[in-house]
Design a protein around this ligand. Structure first.
Ligand code: GLN
Length: 485
C-alpha cells in the first residue's frame, strides 16, 4: 500500500491491516535515495525498533517516522543547531515534545537542517550547507525549518517538527506546498528547544496534510511543568485528535468572517502572481460562504523591524553561553591563552549571520540605546498586539498570502532585505502577538505552490486546522508536492 497520510496508516494499523514497519521502511529507503541531493537531514538515525508489533500497537504514533528540527534536543542523538559551535553536541536528555512523540510510539528518524540557530529565512546560513527545495533544487525550501519542509514535501516522512520564532515553520511550508502551524504561545512546551527568541517562539508540527498536522499537534501539545510559560488551560486533546480522523464538517465556512490587511497584499516588494493567486483563492472562498473585510493597518509594515529588534536582543542574551567553557565547542583552552583570546577564538565558530545578530542585539540593549530601540520595539509590539486583538474581536481570522513572493533561489543575497521584509511582515505578526497561525496550500501555478496564511484568535489552533482541512480537502482539492514533482 502507498500511504499518502500518516493518519491512514494509523487507522490501518488499528484495524490490523497494516504492517507496523511499513512507513519506517519507506522513510529509510527514501532518505537514502533522496537526501544526498536534498540535504534535508544533518543527522540520520537509521535504527529500527525491535518489536513494534508487541510494543506499541495501541499507541497513536506506533511505527510512524518523525523528523525533528536540529535545534530540538534528542537524547543520545547529535543536536547541532546547524552550527560549528554545537557540531559534536550529543544531548543527555530529550525535549518534552520528543519524549511525547517517542512515548506515543513514534520513531525519530533524523535531525533536520536549518539556518544556523534558526536565524534566517532561506536555510542558507546552515554550517552544513543548505537544504534544497524538492520542487526545484535551485530554490530554497524556505527557512529556517528548511530540512523539515524538504523532508515532508519530498515524501520521506509525513510528520516533522519545526520551530517558529518569526515564521520559520510557515514560510517553508508555503514554499514547499505543505502545512505548518505556529501554535498559540504556551500551547506546546519549549523545554529542550535551543532558544533563539524565547518570547516569540513555539515548536510546531509540519505535515503534508491537515489531518497529519492535527495528529502531531495532539501528541506534542499540553501543559509541561518544565516550561514556565506553558499554559495550564488549553485545547482539549481529544478535539485535536478527532480532527485527524474525521471528515471535514460541511458547515466550516458558513458564518466565518475574515479580515484582510491591505498593506500586506499591496506590499511593494511582493510578486504580482502571488497576490493575484491570493485574491483568486479569496474569491473562491467567498463564493463558498466566507465573508471578508479589507482594512488598512499601516503599523504592520513596521512589524519586521519590531520583530528583529526583539529577536536579536533575546538572541544576544541566549547565545552568550556558548564560549566553549560550559557550552559549545572548545577550540582554545585557558592554559593556552588569555581569557579574551579564548573567548573570541571559541566564539569565532559562529557564522556571519549569527555574529551579526549577537552584535546588533547587544548594541540595542546597551545603555544609551536601550530606550531608543529596545523599549520602542516593546511599545510597538504592544500596539501591534492590541490592533490584532481588535481585528479578531470583529472577525475570526486574519488572512494573508502564505508568501507574497515566489520561492527565492538558494543564491539569493540575504543582505537584500526588500523581499525578505515582504515575506516576514505577515508571519511575524503571530509571533509578536502570541496568536496561532497556519499556512496551507490552496493550489499550484506550475511548480510554484500557492499558500494561504491564517492568524486566529488565541487558542483557536484546532479551528485553524479544521478550516485548513475543509478548504484543502473539499474546496481546493490540492495536490501534494510529491504528486506534483
Ligand atoms: N526570518 C526569521 C528570522 O530570521 C525567522 C526565524 C525563525 O522563525 N526561526 O529571524
Amino acid at each position: 500500500v502507498r500511504y499518502l497520510r500518516a493518519t491512514d496508516f494509523v487507522l490501518d494499523l488499528k484495524g490490523g491491516s497494516a504492517d507496523p514497519y511499513a512507513l519506517l521502511e519507506h522513510a529509510h529507503r527514501e532518505m537514502a535515495r533522496l537526501d544526498p541531493q536534498l540535504n534535508a537531514f544533518i543527522t540520520i538515525d537509521g535504527s529500527v525498533p525491535e518489536d513494534l508489533e508487541r510494543e506499541c500497537r495501541n499507541r497513536v504514533l506506533c511505527g510512524v517516522p518523525v523528523a525533528v528540527k536540529d535545534n530540538i534536543v534528542t537524547e543520545s542523538l547529535r543536536t547541532t543547531c546547524a552550527s560549528l559551535m554545537l557540531k559534536d553536541y550529543v544531548p543527555s536528555y530529550s525535549a518534552t515534545v520528543v519524549e511525547r512523540i517517542v512515548g506515543a510510539g513514534g520513531k525519530i528518524v533524523g535531525k533536520t537542517n536549518l539556518d544556523e540557530f534558526a536565524m534566517g529565512s532561506l536555510g542558507t546560513t546552515s554550517a552544513f550547507g543548505p537544504a534544497r527545495n524538492p520542487l526545484n533544487l535551485e530554490w530554497s525550501p524556505g527557512g529556517s525549518s528548511s530540512g523539515s519542509a524538504a523532508a515532508v514535501a519530498s515524501g520521506m516522512v509525513f510528520l516533522a517538527l519545526g520551530s517558529d520564532t518569526g515564521g520559520s515553520i510557515r514560510l517553508p511550508a508555503a514554499w514547499t506546498g505543505i502545512f505548518g502551524l505556529k501554535p498559540s504561545y504556551g500551547l506546546v512546551s519549549r523545554y529542550g528547544l535551543i532558544s533563539y527568541g524565547e518570547s516569540l517562539e513555539q515548536i510546531g508540527p509540519m505535515a503534508s496534510s491537515a489531518r497529519d498536522l492535527a495528529l502531531l499537534l495532539s501528541v506534542i501539545m499540553g501543559f509541561d511543568e518544565k516550561d514556565s510559560t506553558s499554559l495550564r488551560e488549553h485545547i482539549a486533546r481529544d478535539r485535536v485528535e478527532s480532527i485527524a480522523f474525521t471528515n471535514p464538517k460541511p458547515e466550516t465556512l458558513s458564518g466565518l468572517k475574515a479580515t484582510v490587511i491591505k498593506e500586506l497584499v499591496e506590499h511593494p516588494d511582493s510578486d504580482e502572481v502571488m497576490i493575484r493567486e491570493f485574491w483568486r483563492a479569496l474569491d473562491r472562498l467567498s463564493s463558498e460562504g466566507l465573508s471578508y473585510e479589507v482594512v488598512s493597518l499601516p503599523v504592520v509594515l513596521k512589524a519586521p523591524q519590531t520583530y528583529y529588534v526583539i529577536a536579536f536582543s533575546e538572541a544576544s542574551s541566549n547565545l552568550a553561553r556558548y564560549c566553549g567553557v560550559l557550552y559549545g565547542t572548545r577550540r582554545l583552552d585557558f592554559e593556552e591563552a588569555s581569557w579574551e583570546e579564548v573567548y573570541s577564538t571559541n566564539r569565532g565558530l559562529f557564522g556571519w549571520e549569527v555574529k551579526r545578530r549577537i552584535i546588533l542585539g547587544s548594541f540595542v540593549l546597551s545603555k544609551g540605546y536601550y530606550d531608543m530601540f529596545f523599549s520602542k520595539a516593546l511599545k510597538a509590539r504592544g500596539l501591534i498586539k492590541r490592533e490584532l486583538d481588535r481585528l479578531l474581536s470583529r472577525s475570526h481570522l486574519i488572512l494573508t498570502p502564505g508568501s507574497p513572493v515566489k520561492p527565492l533561489p538558494l543564491d539569493y543575497d540575504i543582505t537584500d532585505l526588500s523581499k525578505l521584509n515582504a515575506v516576514d511582515a505577515p508571519l511575524v505578526l503571530a509571533n509578536l502577538s502570541g496568536l496561532p497561525a497556519i499556512t496551507f496550500p490552496v493550489g499550484w501555478t506550475g511548480r510554484i505552490p500557492i499558500a494561504l496564511h491564517a492568524i486566529g484568535r488565541f487558542l483557536s489552533d484546532d479551528m485553524l486546522i479544521e478550516l485548513a482541512k475543509a478548504l484543502t480537502e473539499e474546496i481546493f482539492r490540492v495536490k501534494l508536492p510529491f504528486e506534483v514533482m
